[in-house]
Design a protein around this ligand. Structure first.
Ligand SMILES: C[S@@+](CC[C@H](N)C(=O)[O-])C[C@H]1O[C@@H](n2cnc3c(N)ncnc32)[C@H](O)[C@@H]1O
Length: 344
């Protein structure tokens, strides 16, 4: 993926958007301090990536944690994010562009890629009058068509996002893919911890169906409880975040219909449990506080005041669940909707 500096400069780079810029630094800090907390969000990709190919476009990429974990399989990476906070990722070898991932100008200049991911970003794609109108779905369809044009033949798009309020966490629409890529995730995992034992127990399944069944079983043994992350965003994050949270979280059938209308084939939509993993309860609350940009910034878990901790804990217990499993494992329930489509 060769782009000259001149090309990059003309890719529809936008002025810094203060809403996203302000929490970008906090997100980076949270992800740097606890790089394994969101590891389970990545495991479904090993079943969703195209079998052949080496280039990935990480749209709404943020800190780049999703694409960075795939660099064994997809060494040619390009990340696009609106916030200038993430442009520094270039320094780590990943190529990052500050720009609007829904812009035609941007896409007209990009090379074709084998794999496009949009992890936790599609809820930001709204219509002229926000998320609750037909214009939102029209805009989303335009954006999906734009992205599809950049896929090589057989290339795949995966959107992973929080599903609409009340989505059944076992939903699955369409046929799950049967391929599985071994040695897919480059992210190292610390040995010897309870997190490690949990993740190791989930690494072996050879199909997505087995993976999801095993994960549901494992989590019900641990008695983690259900979550409704969309209700958490709508009712808690929107109040606690200084910048609010304008979003529309789609239902599985809604996104699947858009993939079909955009011309993707073999599309599938399923909800996967993706609980966040921590050593302590305080770490868990601090991570959510910083990743989601709630209240005043706290550089480390020790900086979280008792009142900040209590406020967020009460919202978490209402919409999510926090379970101390053992001395060194605390799990925050969470799930994501994954929708995958292929460019025929
Ligand atoms: C919830 S974060 C997800 C980031 C990352 N993918 C992750 O999972 O950690 C959403 C990201 O989308 C970016 N963003 C919002 N609107 C965008 C747009 N139109 N184009 C590109 N990035 C955008 C924000 O700056 C933010 O980093």
């Amino acid at each position: 993926m060769q782009l000259s500096q001149k090309d990059e400069n003309s890719l529809g780079i936008l002025p810094a958007q203060s809403r996203f810029a302000s929490i970008g630094g906090r997100q980076s800090n949270a992800m740097r301090r606890l790089p394994y907390a969101r590891f389970l969000e990545l495991l479904p990709y090993r079943y969703l990536a195209p079998i052949a190919g080496d280039s990935v476009l990480d749209l709404f990429g943020g800190t780049g944690f999703a694409s960075a974990a795939m660099d064994q399989r997809f060494p040619k990476q390009l990340l696009v994010d609106l916030s200038p906070d993430f442009a520094g990722l270039r320094a780590n070898g990943a190529r990052a562009l500050q720009g609007d991932a829904t812009s035609e100008v941007m896409f007209s200049r990009l090379p074709a890629v084998d794999f496009i991911i949009c992890h936790a970003g599609f809820h930001h794609v709204l219509g002229e009058s926000g998320g609750r109108s037909a214009s939102c779905n029209e805009r989303r369809l335009e954006v999906l068509r734009l992205w599809k044009q950049k896929l090589s033949r057989g290339g795949r798009l995966v959107i992973a996002d929080v599903p609409s309020v009340g989505t059944n966490p076992t939903t699955c629409l369409g046929r799950l893919p049967t391929n599985s890529l071994t040695n897919f995730l480059a992210t190292p995992w610390p040995h010897g911890s309870a997190c490690n034992r949990l993740v190791t127990s989930l690494q072996n399944p050879t199909s997505l169906g087995h993976y999801l069944t095993g994960l549901h079983e494992r989590l019900s043994q641990l008695d983690i409880g259900d979550a409704d992350p969309a209700a958490f965003f709508d009712n808690a994050v929107s109040k606690l975040s200084a910048s609010g949270h304008e979003a529309h979280f789609a239902a599985p059938h809604e996104l699947l219909a858009l993939f079909d209308s955009a011309g993707f084939s073999n599309s599938v939509a399923f909800v996967a449990p993706t609980p966040w993993l921590f050593s302590t309860r305080r770490e868990a609350i601090w991570f959510a506080h910083e990743l989601l940009g709630l209240g005043a910034a706290c550089a480390t878990p020790d900086h979280l005041t008792e009142s900040q901790e209590a406020t967020l804990a009460s919202h978490i217990s209402r919409y999510l669940n926090l379970k101390i499993v053992s001395d060194d494992l605390c799990i925050l329930s969470w799930h994501l909707l994954f929708v995958m489509g292929e460019n025929p």
